[in-house]
Design a protein around this ligand. Sequence first.
Ligand code: ADP
Length: 207
Amino acid sequence: MRVVLLGPPGAGKGTQAQVIAGRLGVPAISTGDIFRANVSGQTELGQQAKAYMDAGDLVPDEITVAMVSDRLAEPDAKAGFLLDGFPRTIAQADQLRDSLAEMGHALDCCLELVVDEDELVRRLSGRRMLVDGVWVQREDDKPETVRHRLEVYREQTAPLSGFYERAGLLTRIDAIGEIDEVTRRALEALGADHALAQDAAGDRAED
Ligand code: ADP
């Protein structure tokens, strides 16, 4: 299955992407994670991306699209993938559609996680990550940068919802609630009934 996960910063895309991809048996590909790994590894790509990321701006499309095309050409992504954080502009979505078409593939679904903005600001401002055993705030989770990222989302990424709706690929779910509950809604929306069945079997085995 080839799925794009869409939603504003703080919607829980990263968390849900890991779980949903695991259940679907496809790799979760997060452009934010790939960029952050390149920044910590001080690669050339990381150096190109860092200033944009710290400011809460999008990394230019050419850089991002090339990176994703390389990743999608890897063997584990041949049979399916779940993209988290890509596409983020209409230009990226056009490129994704074209490069999949070249490989004889197409997206199956765009799953949008819907969360209202007050909740997003609350979640992002309180978010911390563990680095070398210490809890730190991501540079781009500082309150003023959070507001800017939400603006960037509204202007550049939110139009993708209409783009995928017109293509007949959009499914929206309410992403407020317990993590497990949101996962359940997501799998149901994807029609991944076998994954739900495995889920129930797994729960029984754990009892
Ligand atoms: P968020 O928590 O906002 O969803 P991500 O971890 O997905 O953040 O991305 C962090 C940053 O990495 C973005 O603010 C942006 O600078 C950069 N980035 C990630 N994906 C893309 C993309 N598809 N296009 C451009 N920039 C991106």
